[in-house]
Write a protein of this length. Sequence first.
Length: 219
Amino acid sequence: MSGIRVLLADDQPLVRSGLRVLMADTPDLEVVGEAANGAEAVRLTAELAPDVVVMDIRMPEMDGIEATRRLTAGPGAARVLILTTFDEDEHVYGALRAGASGFAVKDMALDDLLAAVRVVAAGDALIAPGVTRRLIADFVAGKAPGPGPERVPAITGREQEVLTLVGRGRSNSEIAQELFITVATTKSHVARLLTKLDARDRVQLVIKAYEMGLVTPPR
């Protein structure tokens, strides 16, 4: 079975080198290319077709937000895992809107970073505990530019319960346990929510839950 193909996009050679060495020792991950800026990341993604692009935000020529926007446009798009730090709140807001599938902090444990790549590659979305959930809460509370509150679409009561728990950061297994349903049923509800709300992935479902008022931003 082939491994997860990863493209590293960061303007710091030492960061790329460290990630490459880390992933070289991981059987299910394969680094297929490196980019020093967003424009190069877009070009190499078209050439190499990676499963996941690990994307820094601050890069010359084209930043990670614009590169993410281009990479996530259209069908069959690459999935992007954003690398962020605690002082980049305003940049993460843009990455949320650009379609990133996950957010990892640069000082997180190496095993957690590898797990994040796997989660994103599997088609799910990763919301790092703490910083990113706070950023999403601030984002939909109006502290960053974006559309206003949305009218609640036609979803069932059960779907609303599931969406609320997704917004609170619960996993599928946790949702299933809390609602006394199976994990398979939970996955079906999540899949329908993605379609009904025109959401790319779980990160966007979390944003929808806040925008619809199902989850209250922390004070």
